[in-house]
Design a protein around this ligand. Structure first.
Ligand code: SF4
Length: 359
């Protein structure tokens, strides 16, 4: 019988302490399998579609040290998620590499029973400094957000922060450290960077890195999203295939978000994440944990479920597992499908900001 460390008895659990239970399924029979862990809400970029500079200026009150989950707290929650069925962890932010000593957290997470894959999503600006230490700590792979190789479009998509050269150096350092294959995520916005998409694909042909184009989405409430600014994946694919013929590749595993294609001439793979034109909610196995300990069941969620309170009140792994299983078990989220079917959805303007739940 596992017990709480203090007098609060309502968090007692009677489960043993290993990760092996059947993954909990939600109301649409989707098992929990992937957990995105945001380790900070801060970022060194100001991408207008996520954290516009006019709203998140100097002095913006980001989460305090006390608000943030400590590494030990993140690890305990990750253990409880693993007991609930999670097998893949992804560290995100804001910009995760802004969190000090991140490789220490990676090392702690790498030792969790049941976790098969440990990845990180970054804007690449600080990757060169951290790649070797992250790999040594047990990180398997990285995904780098890079929206253009054209300086003007790059700056337009990230709020004029950072440098292209440093991001490319980061990608090279990650590859050299063995954090590959590297996935490169490109948000495509009509009239801003779509004219540079095919060039970006061409640049990474033959490198082994996988470029994935993401349809511009109405995440959060601040990007003034318009459907007319969405470039359907089929259109981007057409532009690339004109010069470099491709053929479809089967998904790697159930719930994989990207539609995959490989170049017929063997120069590698590209992918498309088409939440607007081809939503994939039916296979969505992703949970999100914010840096202040809230569980979000969808990228477009209006609210989160507080796990930090029971954790700080002394709940043990079994008790936290029970809370997670109960929350996920009631899940019915499928925002993108509803957006597609209805053209818009109720409460679309109350969504939690993407940077807060880790994208
Ligand atoms: S919209 Fe929500 S439910 Fe659908 S795929 Fe995205 S995160 Fe999953």
């Amino acid at each position: 019988m596992a017990h709480v460390r203090d007098k609060h008895t309502h968090y007692e659990s009677d489960a043993d302490s290993s990760a092996g239970g059947e993954p909990v399924q939600d109301r649409l029979a989707r098992p929990i399998r992937d957990l995105r862990i945001s380790v900070t809400d801060k970022c060194n970029f100001r991408c207008p579609y996520c954290m516009p500079a006019d709203r998140y200026g100097e002095g913006y009150p980001f989460l305090t040290r006390q608000d943030l989950l400590s590494f030990e707290e993140i690890v305990q929650l990750a253990r409880a998620f693993a007991r609930s069925g999670v097998r893949k962890l992804r560290l995100t932010g804001g910009e995760p590499l802004l969190r000090r000593d991140l490789s220490l957290l990676v090392e702690m997470l790498a030792g969790i029973d049941g976790i098969e894959d440990l990845a990180l999503t970054t804007n690449g600006m600080l990757l060169k400094q951290h790649a070797v230490a992250l790999r040594r700590a047990g990180l398997h792979r990285v995904t780098v957000s890079l929206d253009s190789l054209d300086d003007t479009a790059f700056a337009a998509m990230n709020g004029g922060r950072g440098s292209l050269g440093e991001v490319l150096d980061g990608i090279a350092a990650a590859a050299a450290a063995g954090l590959d294959p590297i996935k490169i995520n490109v948000v495509v916005k009509r009239g801003v960077n779509d004219h540079t998409a095919a060039g970006l694909a061409e640049h990474f042909r033959g490198t082994g890195h996988i470029v994935r184009f993401i349809e511009y989405m109405d995440v959060g409430t601040l990007n003034d999203w318009r459907r007319t600014e969405v470039v359907p994946s089929a259109e981007v694919l057409g532009r690339i295939a004109e010069k470099f013929p491709v053929e479809p590749v089967d998904r790697d595993y159930p719930g994989e978000v990207a539609e995959r294609y490989r170049y017929v001439d063997g120069a590698g793979e590209i992918g498309f994440i088409s939440s607007v034109t081809a939503p994939f909610c039916g296979g969505c196995t992703r949970a999100r944990l914010s840096a202040d300990g809230k569980l979000f069941l969808c990228l477009f969620a209006k609210e989160g479920h507080d796990l930090r309170a029971p954790l700080r009140e002394g709940a043990d792994d079994g008790a936290l597992e029970a809370v997670i299983r109960a929350i996920w078990g009631r899940r019915t989220d499928r925002y993108s499908e509803m957006r597609k079917n209805a053209g818009t959805t109720r409460g679309a303007n109350q969504k939690v900001e993407m940077y807060h739940m880790g994208g």
